[in-house]
Ligand binder design. Structure first.
Ligand SMILES: [Zn+2]
Ligand SMILES: [Zn+2]
Length: 187
């Protein structure tokens, strides 16, 4: 069975070099749906607590929220950085508090200190799904990701790969046989 969670991300981007309106900088509220598949954990009668899926996902994905997402070869990138630098906000600002840990994968690099994500490929809805799966695949048994942004939507199915031992009392993943939330110990 599956547990499903949804979160939204507000971001600005453009399709650099694309022959259409999307070559201009613009913004979206994107809606991301993550489906986690596993057996039903009999102790709590759920696959996985949805708020815990959300927490795990949000930890890294908050770097995309209220962020500017640009492809690595987009000339807007050095131009924006120059402005941020001159303004003194390139390396952080007291108001920039909603930051996740910086990350770097094959597909994307997050610079949370200035709310910027630099991508290898154009950030289409398909591109977003590839990036999100790559960031979360080792943490969650992801069976499907759907991303909707304006009139565009895409989804992808994945085969789940992990044996994740879950707490029979609160449902979250055990770490070395111990529940980090309620202290349950597997005997
Ligand atoms: Zn767009
Ligand atoms: Zn627990």
């Amino acid at each position: 069975m599956r547990s499903i969670t949804t979160l939204d991300l507000q971001y600005a981007h453009r399709f650099y070099g694309f022959k259409g309106e999307a070559q201009y900088l613009h913004g979206h509220t994107g809606i991301l749906t993550i489906e986690v598949e596993d057996s039903v954990n009999e102790g709590v009668n759920m696959v996985f607590p949805c708020n815990e899926i959300r927490k795990t996902a949000w930890d890294v994905l908050q770097n995309f929220d209220h962020a500017l997402i640009l492809r690595e070869d987009d000339p807007l990138l050095p131009a924006v950085l120059e402005v941020y630098e001159k303004q003194g906000i390139r390396h952080g600002a007291p108001q920039n508090t909603m930051t996740g840990p910086a990350f770097k994968t094959e597909l994307a690099t997050a610079y949370p200190e200035c709310r910027l994500v630099v991508t290898k490929e154009t950030l289409t809805v398909e591109g977003m799904i590839k990036i999100v799966y790559d960031l979360l695949k080792d943490k969650l048994n992801i069976a499907k990701i759907t991303f909707t942004s304006g009139v565009n939507a895409a989804s992808a199915d994945f085969s789940t790969r992990h044996e994740i031992e879950r707490c029979p009392l609160c449902g979250i993943a055990l770490q070395n046989g111990i529940c980090p939330k309620c202290g349950y110990r597997k005997v």
